[in-house]
Design a protein around this ligand. Structure first.
Ligand code: KIV
Length: 265
């Protein structure tokens, strides 16, 4: 049975958490069989499944559809589902309504993007029994105000802001925080400073866990892959073996390597 508390405990004891995105029942079953610690039904599905240019067009109905498919395929693994753009920013009440839809579809935890500005919403959901995963650094739902998919937290003030946001989300009751595309030393600083697990994607090896977009690590996303990913299919012709290799690499701390990470200098 999926258990967030045991996941948090294992992370606190030093075990690295291996998470991948998943969008359908067949892959969810494979991910579960290969021992991933959680499946993220990411709104990246807008890009890798639907062929959109960003995650912004993804609807709550679509997220619920894919979450339900994943929940049918993986019955024992923790399922985190993204609240899509426009489904939670208006008010905590709107977020509760949207989160309820994803929990009814089979999610155990919802992920929302943003820092201190989301504190009230995180507290509102978590005190009502809905675990929340925060998301800091590169926020794909804010791509239009971030000027593209760029590494974040590179200046001293941006790094301090991110650290403050991580503290704010932790104080509000977040269950874990995804750190996307930030310098590895900053991710380490955040990880050392807060009491909940950090899950990195392009954030170096010192996070408590890692997440990748499944289609990126299988090498089937069209176009140039992001620097922080690795094609685990390059060493095998077998999907299950590639997923298992990712899990092992994360657990052993051999992925991500320095070449997958960002530094300020
Ligand atoms: O939507 C997604 O897949 C994500 C990951 C990139 C963390 O948010």
């Amino acid at each position: 049975m999926a258990d967030l508390l045991s996941l948090q405990l294992r992370a606190a004891q030093g075990e690295k958490l291996a998470i991948l995105t998943g969008y359908d029942a067949s892959f969810a079953a494979q991910l579960e069989a290969c021992g991933v610690d959680a499946i993220l039904v990411g709104d990246s599905l807008g890009m890798v499944i639907q062929g959109q240019r960003s995650t912004l067009p993804v609807s709550l109905t679509e997220m619920a559809y894919h979450t339900a498919a994943v929940a049918r395929g993986a019955t024992k693994t923790l399922i985190i589902a993204d609240l899509p753009f426009g489904s939670y920013q208006a008010s905590p009440a709107q977020a509760l309504q949207s989160a309820s839809t994803l929990l009814a579809a089979g999610a155990h935890c919802v992920k929302i993007e943003g820092g201190a500005v989301m504190m009230e919403t995180v507290a509102f959901l978590s005190t009502r029994g809905i675990p929340v995963c925060g998301h800091l650094g590169l926020l794909p739902q804010s791509v239009n105000s971030m000027g593209g998919y760029k590494v974040q937290g590179k200046t001293e003030s941006a790094a301090q802001q991110l650290l403050d946001d991580a503290h704010a989300l932790t104080a509000a009751g977040a269950a874990m925080i995804v750190l996307e595309a930030i310098p590895a030393p900053l991710a380490k600083q955040v990880t050392d400073a807060i009491t909940i697990p950090t899950i990195g994607i392009g954030a170096g090896v010192d996070c408590n866990g890692q997440v990748l977009v499944l289609y990126d690590m299988l090498g089937i996303t069209p176009g140039k892959p992001p620097r922080f990913t690795h094609n685990f299919m390059a060493d095998t012709n077998d999907i299950a073996a590639a997923i298992a290799a990712y899990v092992t690499a994360v657990k052993q701390g051999t992925f991500p390597a320095e070449k997958h990470s960002f530094y300020t200098t």
